[in-house]
Design a protein around this ligand. Structure first.
Ligand SMILES: [Zn+2]
Length: 88
């Protein structure tokens, strides 16, 4: 009975070590490709849409744009000038 228990423990230990080694191998080997992919994907999704100022035509990220009357401007000054130009 003691021998059976001994071999059982040895086999469990071998399986445990094999699992640790395979986990390390997965972490080390393909991490260059697989590890970066999930990090790159959100970056691509986070890439902001570029919008154009209706007055001077400069392009900027949507978060930096000044939105007015459904049009995009590089700032409040160009929004005022552009809307004034349209009103005339
Ligand atoms: Zn502008």
């Amino acid at each position: 009975m003691g021998k059976v228990l001994f071999w059982f423990i040895v086999i469990v230990a071998i399986l445990f070590v094999a699992r640790l080694l395979s986990r390390n191998a997965i972490k080390q080997a393909p991490s260059g490709k697989l590890g970066r992919t999930p990090a790159d994907a959100p970056d691509m999704n986070r890439a902001e849409a570029m919008v154009r100022c209706d007055h001077c035509g400069i392009h900027m990220p949507r978060s930096e744009a000044f939105l007015s009357n459904g049009r995009t401007w590089c700032g409040p000054e160009h929004a005022r000038i552009g809307q004034g130009k349209n009103a005339q």
